[in-house]
Design a protein around this ligand. Structure first.
Ligand code: ADP
Ligand code: ASP
Ligand code: MG
Length: 423
């Protein structure tokens, strides 16, 4: 008998009928002779609704109270799913993160899981129950409720699978696997049978929101076998995420992603002196602001540089505040520009490591369709270009063509939007 962890996202539990389908999927896995843990997200767009509700009450809700509010969404789902399993004739128990003991750092809104207690889960599995656990939430050692960041239920599921030494962690969602691009941007993309942890991690980090980046990081660290599959086509095997050594072949480019959630900040006339970059980025880090792309101009004659960087839109106001407070130290004549008109498009592939010319092909393909590149950043297996907002769809389509990542048939997406429409 194995242990299988199943995770169902918001679309998969959006209404009572869908919750019954999830109950059936869990019971089917149990009838196959497995012990089953199910991790669920909040129903449909509940979390978005809760965020907007808080914003109506105040422009700057306290992070602690935000977590208190957002964690309620998943609690509704676990209770309803347990009821549905019981109504289908099965045995189930719902548990929130406090009851399980999903211990996180003392950070609100983006906490990391430190430990998952398995005692109560195992006790209930042994009683023949399906254990239904609230994703996205945790509890600090001091008993404070935390959340893991948007999309974090994937990470809850993988962390629970790792702690239980589960045979597999199945991430059921509204698309039937990992594609070479978001099928809502380019409907005719290829489905991948398998992808390495490294490639999936990069894709998730650069904006493929099909998986929470930390879920892939945890799966890689703890060797959790992960599958992304459709909750609407249960028999489909989806996409397997596995270690580099188990991959059959690498294509130079495995996939692409677009991210429209960042803004670009430009600081002009930063004195060309040791310590200024450290001062700026140190202060941003102190304020918990993650910086993504950075570019510093070549201040050949003026004795000063322009520094441009990107941060999440959510951090825009705080970033401007930090920059304003530093301007007198960096240079009195400096100015701050904010560019919201940006999108980041990326290509990812473990096979690009020893193949020269991939970057040149990317830049040429974008130039051929008239797309200007504002910033570039690279890692060993990723190239990202910042382009003007509105160009991301054309850019991704173009890159899929350039690197043979598209196909004739449209992908299967069963969400609340037809394929081709962006969320
Ligand atoms: P869930 O609510 O189940 O967690 P998400 O909305 O978080 O679902 O993730 C599924 C969505 O991820 C899909 O509907 C799809 O639009 C998007 N997506 C982005 N990039 C990819 C990709 N490369 N392959 C598949 N889906 C992707
Ligand atoms: N409900 C949370 C969100 O919408 C977590 C998740 O769905 O994974 O971000
Ligand atoms: Mg998700």
């Amino acid at each position: 008998m194995g242990i299988i962890v199943q995770k169902f996202g918001g679309t998969s539990v959006a209404d009572p009928q869908k919750i019954h389908n999830v109950a059936k999927a869990a019971l089917k896995e149990q009838n196959n002779g497995n012990q089953v843990v199910v991790v669920v997200s909040a129903m449909g767009h509940t979390t978005d609704y809760l965020v907007s509700l808080a914003k109506e009450v105040t422009e700057s809700p306290s992070p602690r109270e935000m977590d208190m509010l957002l964690s309620t969404g998943e609690q509704v789902s676990i209770a309803l799913l347990s009821m549905a399993i019981q109504a289908e004739g099965g045995k189930a128990i719902s548990m929130n993160a406090t009851q399980v003991g999903i211990i996180t750092e003392s950070v609100h809104g983006m906490a990391r899981i430190l430990d998952v207690k398995t005692e109560k889960i195992i006790k209930n599995l042994k009683k023949g129950k399906i254990v239904v656990i609230a994703g996205f939430q945790g509890i600090t050692p001091d008993g404070e409720i935390t959340t893991l960041g948007r999309g974090g239920s994937d990470t809850s599921a993988v962390a629970i699978a790792a702690a239980l030494n589960a045979d597999r962690c199945d991430i059921y969602t509204d698309v039937d696997g990992i594609y070479t691009a978001d099928p809502r941007i380019v409907p005719t993309v290829q489905k991948l049978e398998q992808i390495s942890y490294e490639e999936m991690l990069e894709l998730a980090r650069v904006g493929a929101n099909v998986l929470h980046p930390r879920s892939v990081e945890t799966a890689k660290q703890c060797n959790v076998l992960m599958r992304v599959r459709s909750s609407f086509k249960l028999e489909d095997k989806g996409t397997l995420i596995l270690g580099v050594d188990d991959m059959e072949i690498y294509k130079p480019v495995a996939g692409t992603a677009a991210d429209t959630s960042q803004v670009r900040i430009v600081l002009t006339h930063v004195k060309d002196a040791p310590g200024n970059a450290a001062l700026l980025f140190g202060k941003l880090a102190e304020n918990n602001i993650s910086v993504d792309m950075i570019i510093q101009s070549f201040g050949r004659t003026s004795g000063s540089n322009d520094i441009a960087f990107t941060v999440s839109k959510d951090d825009k106001a705080q970033t401007i505040k930090v920059c304003e407070s530093l301007l007198p130290e960096l240079d009195k004549s400096g100015e701050i520009y904010v560019d919201e008109d940006i999108a980041k498009v990326s290509i990812v592939g473990a096979g690009m490591v020893d193949r020269p010319g991939i970057a040149a092909s990317m830049f040429r393909a974008l130039a051929n369709v008239g797309i200007n590149i504002k910033m570039i950043s690279t890692s060993e297996i990723k190239i990202s270009c910042l382009v003007n907002k509105g160009n991301e769809k054309l850019a991704i389509k173009t890159l899929c063509k350039e690197f043979n990542l598209d196909c004739e048939e449209a992908a299967v997406v069963n969400g609340d939007l037809p394929p081709g429409e962006t969320k």
